[in-house]
Design a protein around this ligand. Sequence first.
Ligand SMILES: *[C@@H]1O[C@H](CO)[C@@H](O)[C@H](O)[C@H]1NC(C)=O
Ligand SMILES: *[C@@H]1O[C@H](CO)[C@@H](O)[C@H](O)[C@H]1NC(C)=O
Ligand SMILES: *[C@@H]1O[C@H](CO)[C@@H](O)[C@H](O)[C@H]1NC(C)=O
Ligand SMILES: *[C@@H]1O[C@H](CO)[C@@H](O)[C@H](O)[C@H]1NC(C)=O
Length: 256
Amino acid sequence: MLASLLTISAALLSVHAVPFSSKLHKHTALVLIDVQNDFINGSLANPRAPAILPKLYELLDDHEWPYIAASQDWHPEGHVSFASAHPGAKKGDTVNITFLDIATKTETQSLTADHCVPGTWGAEIEEGVKARLQFLEGFRTPVNYIKKAQNHSVDSYSAFADNQYHQFTTLDSELGLHSIETIVVTGLITNACVRGTCIDGIKLGYEVVLIEDATETTSSERKAASIEELEGWVMNLTDWESANPTGLRRRSMREL
Ligand SMILES: *[C@@H]1O[C@H](CO)[C@@H](O)[C@H](O)[C@H]1NC(C)=O
Ligand SMILES: *[C@@H]1O[C@H](CO)[C@@H](O)[C@H](O)[C@H]1NC(C)=O
Ligand SMILES: *[C@@H]1O[C@H](CO)[C@@H](O)[C@H](O)[C@H]1NC(C)=O
Ligand SMILES: *[C@@H]1O[C@H](CO)[C@@H](O)[C@H](O)[C@H]1NC(C)=O
């Protein structure tokens, strides 16, 4: 028995000795928030959004992550955030809605154009990011696609939970399973889903780093307000890469 255990541990040691990657960002996950066509050039087209794509490609091409989460708004037809679902309302309006499980409590819901309906092009992740995620999954990187705000009656900005904390996604438990301590947050849009994810990440005890040039929203003022609110949890990509060097050769999609 002891002899066989020793044989097994010797085998494990030799496996661990294989230098298959010394550049992994240990205990650190990349979180891509809603990098979906509708938020870039679809129904909520945003001319400021495409500028972050090269930064996201860099984070995917030049770094090795033990875990990546990619959230997607995944709204049913007639979702509570769609102006079209509220007679007489238009995009940009707000309405007060009652909590799903607390009849005496209300929250203010912003209304937008219909977006990110499953089965539509707008709900898909931007093609450059999507191709890279598929490529990395084909290697050894676990990628969790978090389909959020699926309940007709409640929106979900954060990738951790809906706006009423009625229901949590699998993100927190997946991060736990992968021993993640730090989340590097990127994506769209800064003052809504990115902000919500950062705040929940902080509440849940993660080290949060918002990469300020890998996130965008609809105006520089809105972006600045969120960056200021999250002060202490924000870095630019250059600074983050200096603090977290990678020797990973530029590979992957650029060479395919
Ligand atoms: C959105 O941008 C992508 C990538 O540049 C392009 O392929 C696509 O045709 C654009 N779609 C629309 C509706 O503008
Ligand atoms: C929504 O609630 C806010 C805060 O309670 C209130 O000031 C506002 O008047 C309400 N709006 C509507 C349309 O009822
Ligand atoms: C939305 O949440 C409510 C309250 O928990 C539930 O009754 C309803 O079935 C949910 N709808 C969907 C589509 O999950
Ligand atoms: C990143 O932030 C640092 C300050 O921490 C600043 O000196 C540098 O110019 C910034 N770089 C870019 C590319 O924005």
